[in-house]
Design a protein around this ligand. Sequence first.
Ligand SMILES: Nc1ncnc2c1ncn2[C@@H]1O[C@H](COP(=O)(O)OP(=O)(O)OP(=O)(O)O)[C@@H](O)[C@H]1O
Ligand SMILES: C[C@H](N)[C@H](N)CCCCCC(=O)O
Ligand SMILES: [Mg+2]
Length: 207
Amino acid sequence: MSNRIFITGIGTGVGKTITAACVTQALGADYWKPVQTGLLEGTDTQTVRALLSNTTSVCHKEVYCLQEPASPHLAARLENVTIDPALILQQASIIQPPQRSLVIEGAGGLMVPLNEDVFTLDLIRQLQAKVIIVAQNYLGSINHSLLTARVLQASDIPVLGWIFNGDHHSNEEDVVRWSGYPKLGRIPHATVVDANFIALQAKQLMF
Ligand SMILES: Nc1ncnc2c1ncn2[C@@H]1O[C@H](COP(=O)(O)OP(=O)(O)OP(=O)(O)O)[C@@H](O)[C@H]1O
Ligand SMILES: C[C@H](N)[C@H](N)CCCCCC(=O)O
Ligand SMILES: [Mg+2]
């Protein structure tokens, strides 16, 4: 299904949810976080639903909602659950009408395990999704960014490009050059992240 866009990040906490809200808003797409870990501070789905100002986007229910803010394989183990990618794929085909675009957010980065055998990277391939990589600038982010790019290249997974989250840093141009993936946009640091901010940023993304 070519109209699936998977939002991955160079790690956790880099801005995937904020970026997913911008991409969903920009495309008038639907949003889906199949595996949510950590419930105490609310869910990514609740966050995205609150940040969208268009009336067409549907924020679908997660397949797995796990208490522990940890890697999905561990959060599932703590609840005596095993994450089944086949269930996620089945649900994807149910929730996505043929002509609708679906923005899918992963948990953490590419090599986050869903169970003992399947990683987020494998799920992306099985979903036949194209990837947007969210990067944030911090000391160590060049390595995390290029590791992510190298794994995607080696896995032959189609990548739409980078969205950089946070204020501009020269690393952006370096990571674009070394990875060969285009820059789709940048989401500046905001003092208040609300629907107006998301709607404004959505207009500036270069799809
Ligand atoms: N551009 C921004 N301006 C201000 N705050 C931001 C920005 N981007 C992210 N944040 C804040 O940083 C935190 C982490 O962002 P976010 O939840 O989008 O990360 P994530 O990659 O989705 O994390 P997870 O792996 O847990 O899903 C959130 O509190 C979010 O509101
Ligand atoms: C709990 C947090 N909100 C994320 N969704 C889960 C991040 C898992 C990261 C696992 C790891 O890379 O060590
Ligand atoms: Mg998130």
